[in-house]
Design a binder for this molecule. Structure first.
Ligand SMILES: Cc1cc2nc3c(=O)[nH]c(=O)nc-3n(C[C@H](O)[C@H](O)[C@H](O)COP(=O)(O)OP(=O)(O)OC[C@H]3O[C@@H](n4cnc5c(N)ncnc54)[C@H](O)[C@@H]3O)c2cc1C
Length: 494
């Protein structure tokens, strides 16, 4: 059965993963410069979709990003072919039916399941004499065994010229394929909730421009405020996570913005974080087991209560701590909160509720519209205190509330039961006496705090600190300062 009718017999493939854009795109560039015509594909893979980090909102964002790409590609008789099958099945079939010469894609620093999938695909392509060109993504290196020169290379990448992609008219006519993705069978994906950031490269550019023109001037001042940061932060994480825009394009637009000098402090702080982004992904590229085990193996000795009822209350935003609950409910609603609230949610889970980080990590991954494994698992472990090389931070949720949401603006928006309260009670509603409530005419329908904050962290704090002296923790910490080697797909294809 033919999937695509070609005038010339040979065919190349651009395999899209977390790079859903048509500009500054290396695989498209090389496909365009090759003598064969090509198809661009995206694969919704049941094996990955059933993994606990995946969620409907990610798929909705992906699908709508692809629709946006299709608008740009339409004049060239091109669009992204969406398949619904595991990648090994798709490539086995495509290479059997067509004379495929090359596959172009970016390297993916994904979870173990996608890494295993990549190795399987590499094997299939090798057996069919298809060359797979995998391009380095945002200067994250594969198979390196040292950090020497990493910063310099990152800046070289960040300053290097963006690719101006151009597209030729495709000569391919499309036939049916056994793996075609049928949107009618996935009506949930057709719908895109209004409360999520709009998907696609055109919105990525709009968000970037509005950040530079107006929103970014208060970036540094408001970065830790759960409410104000919603405007003053770039809000580019979701676009970067799914590749609607490249890191270097953001870097160059910020660095060369006409108002860069006036907002230097804020803009530089944002640029620094772009580098952190690649840095975290580089760590995960080196060892994707960080999804499953403590970065510092010595911390596997931690003993947790793992109380199911506490966990459930945390997941639903019903812990009785206003800022914790507001943050979780906000995330459930729209998929984004600022860094400080993310850190506080994890700290509260692991230190106050004494839960193993693995019990909450997928819940949050599913909620984040900007879920990026390389940042997520490493940051989550850092906030859980199990890396051994970062300082241990335990956030007091009441103190955070007083400092970062002094008037309770954010809390009132998300915890409707508290909207009648003002400071100081909005931060500690449990301190209101029946007389206070009566005098204000308030009937409080909000849970009492599930733990006593100061007492609750004692167990976790003492374990974390005593483990710092543990020989295994010390040994692991030393090891972590050297980079581990993750064998490259290329190497395993030899
Ligand atoms: C527990 C935890 C989990 C996280 N998981 C993710 C995740 O899955 N995906 C994700 O993109 N970010 C994650 N972060 C990092 C950070 O919170 C978000 O990148 C940031 O809040 C996104 O908002 P923004 O785009 O407005 O960022 P800005 O502050 O405007 O920063 C610009 C860009 O720099 C990068 N960046 C910012 N802060 C960090 C950081 N601390 N570490 C690495 N890169 C950073 C992001 O790509 C961001 O878009 C996590 C943080 C914590 C504490």
């Amino acid at each position: 059965m033919y999937l695509f009718s070609t005038l010339t017999k040979k065919l190349n493939i651009v395999w899209l993963k977390r790079d859903l854009r048509t500009s500054d795109h290396e695989p498209f560039f090389h496909a365009e410069n090759h003598e064969n015509d090509y198809i661009a594909i995206y694969i919704f893979e049941p094996k990955l979709l059933s993994h606990p980090d995946s969620s409907l909102r990610h798929q909705q964002f992906i699908y709508h990003s692809i629709l946006d790409m299709n608008t740009s590609l339409q004049p060239f008789n091109r669009h992204i072919h969406i398949f619904y099958a595991n990648a090994d099945e798709v490539f086995s079939c495509l290479t059997k039916v067509h004379s495929v010469t090359k596959v172009f894609s970016y390297q993916e620093s994904g979870i173990k399941v996608s890494w295993e999938r990549d190795k399987q695909v590499a094997e299939i392509l090798k057996n069919n004499s298809v060359e797979w060109s995998e391009f380095e993504n945002q200067s994250v290196k594969r198979g390196v065994n040292h950090r020497v020169g990493w910063d310099k290379d990152w800046y070289l990448y960040a300053h290097s010229e963006c690719i101006q992609n151009t597209f030729s008219k495709s000569q391919l006519s499309i036939e049916k394929s056994p793996f075609d993705f049928d949107i009618k069978k996935h009506p949930d994906l057709e719908y895109y909730p209004k409360n999520y950031q709009p998907a696609g490269q055109s919105f990525a550019v709009k968000y970037l421009n509005s950040f530079l023109d107006e929103r970014g001037k208060n970036y540094s001042r408001h970065i830790s405020s759960p409410q104000k940061s919603r405007v003053s932060c770039s809000r580019l994480s979701t676009y970067l996570a799914w590749g609607n825009i490249s890191v270097r394009k953001v870097f160059q637009k910020v660095k060369n913005a006409p108002n860069y000098k006036s907002h230097k402090r804020s803009f530089d702080a944002c640029l620094a974080r772009l580098k952190w982004r690649s840095h975290f992904i580089q760590k995960f590229e080196t060892d994707c087991n960080y999804e499953l085990v403590c970065i510092n193996k010595g911390y596997e000795k931690m003993v947790y209560d793992n109380n199911d009822s506490f966990l459930q209350k945390w997941k639903e935003g019903k812990t009785g701590f206003p800022l914790v609950d507001a943050s979780m409910r906000c995330l459930i609603n729209n998929g984004w909160i600022n860094f400080r609230m993310r850190a506080m949610l994890v700290s509260f889970l692991c230190h106050h509720l004494n839960q193993d980080w693995r019990r909450g990590v997928y819940h949050i991954a599913q909620l984040f519209l900007d879920y990026e494994p390389g940042i997520h698992f490493t940051q989550f472990q850092m906030q859980a205190g199990v890396t051994g090389i970062n300082s241990i931070r335990i956030y007091n949720p009441v103190k955070q509330s007083i400092e970062k949401d002094p008037d309770g603006e954010f809390i009132k928006k998300w915890v409707l039961e508290l909207r009648e309260l003002d400071a100081p009670f909005i931060h500690r509603p449990w301190e209101m006496t029946p007389i206070d409530l009566l005098s204000k005419g308030i009937k409080l329908d909000y849970p009492a705090p599930i733990v006593e904050p100061i007492k609750a962290v004692k167990t976790s704090r003492s374990q974390l600190w005593s483990l710092r002296k543990d020989p295994l923790v010390k040994e692991e910490s030393k090891k972590l300062l050297r980079i581990h080697v993750r064998p490259s797909v290329k190497k395993s294809r030899k």
